[in-house]
Design a protein around this ligand. Sequence first.
Ligand code: ADP
Length: 454
Amino acid sequence: MAKNLTFDSLKKAVKEGTFDTVLACFPDMQGRLMGKRFHAVNFIEVSFAETHCCDYLLATDLEMATPDGYASSSWQNGYGDYVMRPDLSTIRVVPWLEGTAMVLCDVLDHHSHEPVPHSPRAILKKQITRLSELGFDAMMATELEFFLFEKSFDEIRKNQFRDIKPISGYNEDYSVLQTTREENVMRPVRNHLYAAGIPIENSKGEAETGQEELNIRYAEALACADHHTIAKHAIKEIAWQKGHAATFLPKWDHQKVGSSSHVHQSLWQKGEPAFYDPKATLGMSALMQSYMAGLIAYCPDYTVFLAPYINSYKRFVKGTFAPTKTVWSIDNRTAGFRLCAESTKNVRIECRIGGSDLNPYLAQAAMLAAGIKGITDKMELPKPTKGDIYEESQAMDIPQTLRSATEKLRASKMLREAMGDDVIDHYTRAAEWEQEEFDKVVTDWEIARGFERA
Ligand code: ADP
């Protein structure tokens, strides 16, 4: 598989004329790539060391608003600069754009050059460091589900998001026939990403009209989040190149199932799977059990990081393969946490709660924090739940609204200790703002329901 480029090989390739453009980007709070397109010569001569961006990029929303209430960035503080420092180990070719390479950046304080605490890469790196202090590495995989549409983003927007038609006419779960008809988008997605050094496993049809899934081989947590972010970006760009649109909104039609981003996770020690104990029940080591106990017990605290918007909560509907309860079960897709590959070296836990809109840096960081707490407190794993867990009235519900998940985040002692008060206050404000913006709007549903009949 193609590897990332070294800085020396980038310099050589620029001199040979292979690249004329270098994208320097970082993942924002929403998990999108933000940054600049450098002339490749400027990048290799000057900007590889650092470049700058406005600090509002880590204190905004999906629509680039300037909400109040952030300690880090505000009109009062004049919205100054952050430093974007290219992580030169992440240079890669962007095969779906001509003559283009990409590098991911860390976001640093302009004056101290310390990592900005609420920048998603810094948040994840902090939890990876905490885990490595316990002697473990995290291996993660985040699945990407999304819908493809007949028309382009521009056509759909001009039509005010009405009459949106998915690219296919029927549920295409594992359908080879229907997905062949989507290969003009999905084949370049797989091949271009693979050539960009992202270990693509496969794509498949998912359980709705026009729904696809992309799977990437598990990797060390930071690489996994980088892969996810670049893949999501590539899917949108390649769909656009082919005259189509792709959405990662978890629930674009309340009558259809939503899109998820399941997170597979396992801990390793010196290259060996630390979740596996051949002598233990289901092959689950004591470490795995306490990690999972933390993951499950603290799920409400970090639900905002799995479901960050109003729309995210519309996905948690029984009978749709999206979970509603924070329990674990053995290879059971109705549970929030599914034990996979039990009694094998690949034994791992899949969190099924996250929507396709999650920011993989934040989701993984929050789950690592919860798992670490489980390990350090030697928490005890409850028994697995069996059967149709949608009907388990005793099991704890996933927070059902953004409002309730926001309050759990605000009150989370565990996350405040693990991530810092500044980080939790920042993301609590982001979630509050999302709710405030929604609460101001009169929706189509209210008009249709009440215009005449109220
Ligand atoms: P399924 O078909 O049940 O969804 P897959 O075998 O396709 O399962 O694996 C789903 C994801 O889990 C893949 O992205 C894979 O790379 C990842 N995965 C496999 N083993 C591990 C592991 N030990 N730790 C973390 N992720 C893993």
